[in-house]
Design a protein around this ligand. Structure first.
Ligand code: FAS
Ligand code: PHB
Length: 390
């Protein structure tokens, strides 16, 4: 089989790029190792920057997001039993975020690919990139026991942190930066009314907590837990009790609890691989970088890679102009690192670090005190949260 762009990975990064390229008449094929249902069973991000929302609209996939997603003009930070609101809209001259689950967004992308006759190969096993340093790279994979080959002009590694693309780059040609945090997030999805119309990020001496949502009947909650914890150590009742202890009393008093329909623990790490290109293979999304979810940047950082790749591919195929492809890695990394900084800062600000020396403990308290007493500091938080310009 032959195509112009071979995409490894049918998550949000791969599917969004595939859809955007298709709309521009650029031929592409997505190779996804799992079934569509498996991909859609993963509960992940929930907050979209306005730039991401615009990309979904440009990909002709924004209809359900605009109909069912919720515009959020602000969120709250809970600490010492009280709540302070970050007025995103007021502090950024009118920008907001859309709360719309990654699962739904990925479903919309799959549906659009299907409707437009896009080719997403599911259960493509043992995908391997070949000759990525040449002008005629190709991919091999196995499907239903049969070895297959996909010849392409460019390969996009959109296969997530554990994918094959980054690992296919020769060791000396890639540099990795990493920070692992000494805790994880225990997340619960429940068919209950969200405790608050806006997100609440809670800093508490027992640990961080987050109240989020997917709709007015579907709530998403997280609590910081030690890395050694497992989900079977946390009954629903134990989760709800701990969450209540970390929220201000007026919030926990109205918390509607119910059975968890999903429960998982995600470790927190900051990770960047540089450069995001080797030969004619380009890395995008979690294949190249990971952030702790505290700043809601993960999915949004993936979208900014896709924004740059899409424009670069469009210039290459429509105008024969390679400058966007040449500049991709540097341009994408400049924004990726700003997302890394913000996610690291939000994580250091709001989580409990038991090993913190007393001085560091005071610094953390002062960081929050300064933030909530300075309009300039809150404006800086807000412009990062709604999304910096591409
Ligand atoms: P993905 O990992 O989503 O997709 C990669 C795809 O490639 C997958 O479908 C995988 O099956 C496929 N693949 C992998 N290896 C392959 C191979 N060898 N061959 C073929 N296919 C292969 N972000 C936020 O903003 N907020 C959050 O709250 C948040 N929570 C998260 C919780 C968890 C547990 C995780 C893991 C991530 C979370 N993220 C969050 C980040 C997440 O949303 C990612 O940023 C987003 O999924 C990135 O999308 P992709 O780059 O497409 O990678
Ligand atoms: C979520 O709703 O899953 C979510 C929202 C904001 C975050 C992280 C996760 O910062």
């Amino acid at each position: 089989m032959k195509t112009q762009v071979g995409i490894i990975g049918g998550g949000p990064s791969g599917l969004l790029l595939s859809q955007l390229l298709h709309v521009q008449g650029i031929d592409n094929v997505v190779l996804e190792k799992h079934t569509r249902d498996y991909v859609l069973s993963r509960i992940r991000a929930g907050v979209l920057e306005h730039g991401f929302a615009d990309l979904m609209r440009e990909a002709r996939c924004g209809e359900r997001m605009d109909a069912e997603g919720e515009i959020h003009d602000g969120f709250e930070i809970a600490h010492e039993g009280r709540r302070d609101r970050i007025d995103l809209k007021g502090l950024t001259g009118g920008n907001s975020v859309i709360v719309y689950g990654q699962t739904e967004l990925t479903r919309d992308l799959y549906d659009a690919r299907e409707k437009m006759g896009g080719l997403v190969v599911h259960e493509a096993l043992d995908v391997q990139p070949h000759d990525i340093g040449t002008d005629s790279p190709y991919l091999t994979y196995e499907q239903e026991g049969e070895k297959k080959r996909l010849d392409c002009e460019y390969i996009i590694g959109a296969d997530g942190f554990h994918g094959v693309s980054r690992k296919s780059i020769p060791k000396g040609k890639i540099r990795e930066f990493e920070r692992v945090y000494p805790f994880g997030w225990l997340g619960v999805l429940s068919e209950t009314k969200p405790v608050s119309p806006e997100l609440i990020y809670a800093r508490h001496e027992r640990g961080f907590a987050l109240c989020s949502l997917r709709s007015q009947v579907l709530s998403r909650y997280y609590i910081q837990v030690p890395l050694s914890d497992t989900t079977d150590q946390w009954s629903d009742d134990a989760f709800w009790e701990e969450l209540k202890l970390r929220l201000p009393e007026d919030v926990s008093a109205k918390l509607e609890t119910g059975p968890s329909i999903e429960k998982s623990i995600a470790p927190l790490r900051s990770f960047v691989a540089e450069p995001m290109r080797y030969g004619n293979m380009f890395l995008a999304g979690d294949a190249a970088h990971i952030v702790p979810p505290t700043g809601a940047r993960g999915l949004n950082s993936a979208a900014s890679d896709i924004y740059y790749l899409y424009h670069a591919m469009r210039d290459r195929y429509k105008k024969g102009d390679d400058s966007g492809l040449e500049a991709y890695s540097a341009k994408a990394l400049a924004r990726v690192w700003k997302g890394q900084r913000f996610s690291w800062w939000m994580t250091m600000l709001l989580h409990k670090f038991p090993e913190n020396a007393p001085f560091d403990q005071r610094l953390q308290e002062t960081d929050l005190d300064y933030l909530l007493s300075s309009e300039a500091a809150m404006a800086s938080l807000a412009e990062n949260y709604v999304g910096l310009a591409f």
